[in-house]
Design a protein around this ligand. Sequence first.
Ligand code: FPP
Length: 255
Amino acid sequence: MSTSAEHRVFCESIDLDSKRIPKHVAIIMDGNGRWAKERGEERVFGHINGINSVRSSVEAALLTGVRYLTLYAFSTENWSRPKEEVDALMDLLVSTLIKEVEDLESKGVRLRAIGDLTTLPKACQDQINKSIQSTKNLDALDLVLALSYSSKWELVEATKQLMKSGVNPDELEASHIEQHLATSGIPDPELMIRTSGERRISNFLLWQLAYAEFHFTSVLWPDFGQDNFYDAVRDYQKRNRRFGRLLDTTHTMSK
Ligand code: FPP
């Protein structure tokens, strides 16, 4: 497990400011199908190879000191893909968790999941719960898998819970909604990365990304390695984050 001094030394070695590492990075892993097609292979070949990029991103997050990494692994909309692809993705999820969980544990990675997990096959739910249980006390990195997730689903669920709680509409505040989101207790991502050249948010963390910086890269997900992750963080560190305010104090009403 790395200490903050180790994070600092590592960040300096790759020209990153260790004081401005995003606490939470969210990734839309896109381009697996195209990557496979370019090689004359079935789409699932791209998903299998995408696991290497998951590993690289976890490693890069651990080395730089990113504390939360959220990966959009399966959206609500992905259920409408051909059955063979959905089944292959579910199998891949189970086999990857079985294979990787010990390594994740040894690195201090705590696994979490957001989404409508009840819609996943039982074997998948069982393996996710098992992996969540065995890593629940670790704190080097929270790896959050978004599974059968969509933001609109999450917001509808939050609204249902709020209505059932009998909250007075006139007293409703943003914090009440946040408490009922699947990400409750997790800070909002400062950086969102999407691979494969697409520039959409695709029903992913709509509320939580309100002030995130977006990094779009044409790299297809299975080709996304540690250096691409550092490039995204370097890009983030060049941004001037104002949160709707004016940071330049020389601005006055008369200017
Ligand atoms: C998008 O590429 C990718 C997905 C829908 C699945 C991503 C899942 C993985 C990489 C496996 C995750 C597993 C774990 C354990 C986290 P696409 O199929 O939409 O590609 P395309 O746009 O080129 O068709």
